[in-house]
Design a protein around this ligand. Structure first.
Ligand SMILES: NC(=O)c1ccc[n+]([C@@H]2O[C@H](COP(=O)([O-])OP(=O)(O)OC[C@H]3O[C@@H](n4cnc5c(N)ncnc54)[C@H](OP(=O)(O)O)[C@@H]3O)[C@@H](O)[C@H]2O)c1
Length: 295
């Protein structure tokens, strides 16, 4: 495993296991499998509703807590200073730990400044070893990097062969913010696993297109978080440290960039409305379940 040193000196594995869309039923088994085959970075979020299962797996794994780099993310519903603090303590409880290696703000919407100040304070207290953001595109990232007390150490954004984030990465490099790729396979959209350029490059090294995609990002200095519920694929995705892509390979892959999201644009106002609606709906569900409990 290779490591990256963040701007505050914390060391972070360059490859980790992500549990988005891993169901509650499967999550404990998946994280146990991932730790067994050698992953040491686990990426979850309050909004994935599986922090508890991640915590169970870590507790059962026998791997010392200090060897695991654990990331989770504050969801928008919990933004604002007090709410964010509360939500971090809730995450710690679910994850069965007294510190988090990296805590991110999940989205650049609503009161993310209040939320950030809470993370800054918890970082100073040592509860959070590093703090960062996610889905902060250059305008939002440069804003927080200039106006907040602490510059985020990481920015987790959609980054894969079809959406390479070359321009956004320049801004992150300028502020020493480490880029981390979510959906490093673009979830296979746009036929990425079958892409003939990636398949052909992989054949030279006896590697799959998936391994080429991960290796390419690692060689660009991007942390990757492949997700799979299959142990054989988890192993395959980890097995990317025994070959090196040439400059020619890197250039051929760079030429595949469409500079377009395979999911949605954070600049689209309709998408911001969609997020706001989702946050409101979840709040209402949460409030009504609290009322039910009170009865
Ligand atoms: N911050 C954010 O807003 C955000 C958003 C999305 C994701 N993320 C993070 O990024 C992580 C990864 O993103 P993602 O899960 O959306 O997508 P992804 O890792 O790009 O793709 C996952 C898909 O690829 C398949 N797959 C995995 N390895 C494979 C292989 N070697 N060969 C063929 N298929 C393979 C998986 O199938 P199987 O599972 O069936 O093997 C799954 O369908 C998440 O788990 C999460 O931690 C963060």
């Amino acid at each position: 495993m290779d490591y990256i040193t963040l701007s505050n000196g914390v060391k972070m594995p360059i490859l980790g296991y992500g549990v988005y869309q891993v169901t509650k039923d499967e999550c404990e088994r998946c994280v146990l499998d991932a730790l067994k085959v050698g992953y040491r970075l686990i990426d979850t979020a309050q909004s994935y509703f599986n922090e508890e299962e991640v915590g169970n797996a870590i507790a059962k794994s026998g791997v010392p807590r200090k060897e695991i780099f654990l990331t989770t993310k504050v969801w928008v519903e919990h933004y604002g200073y007090e709410e964010t603090k509360k939500s971090v303590y809730d995450s710690l409880k679910k994850l069965k730990t007294d510190y988090i290696d990296l805590m991110l703000l999940h989205q650049p919407f609503s009161d993310y400044y209040g939320a950030w100040r809470a993370l800054e304070d918890l970082y100073k207290e040592g509860v959070l070893k590093a703090i960062g953001v996610s889905n902060f595109y250059p305008d939002r990232l440069v804003d927080i990097a200039n106006f907040a007390e602490i510059v985020p150490m990481v920015n987790q954004v959609e980054t894969h062969v079809l959406n390479q984030q070359t321009e956004a990465k320049k801004w992150m490099d300028k502020y020493k913010v480490q880029i981390e790729a979510w959906a490093p396979f673009g979830e296979g959209r746009g036929g990425l696993f079958e892409n003939p350029v990636l398949v052909k490059i992989g054949e030279k090294y006896g590697k799959t297109s998936a391994q080429v995609m991960l290796r390419w990002n690692i060689q660009r200095g991007v942390i990757v978080l492949p997700k799979s519920t299959h142990i054989e694929r988890m192993e395959q995705n980890l097995n990317v440290f025994d070959f090196t892509l040439t400059n020619q390979d890197m250039a051929e892959i760079a030429a595949l960039d469409t500079q377009t999201s395979s999911f949605f644009s954070h600049y689209d106002p309709a998408m911001v409305e969609w997020f706001a609606k989702m946050v409101e709906e979840r709040k209402q569900q949460h409030d009504s379940s609290k009322e039910k409990k009170n009865w």
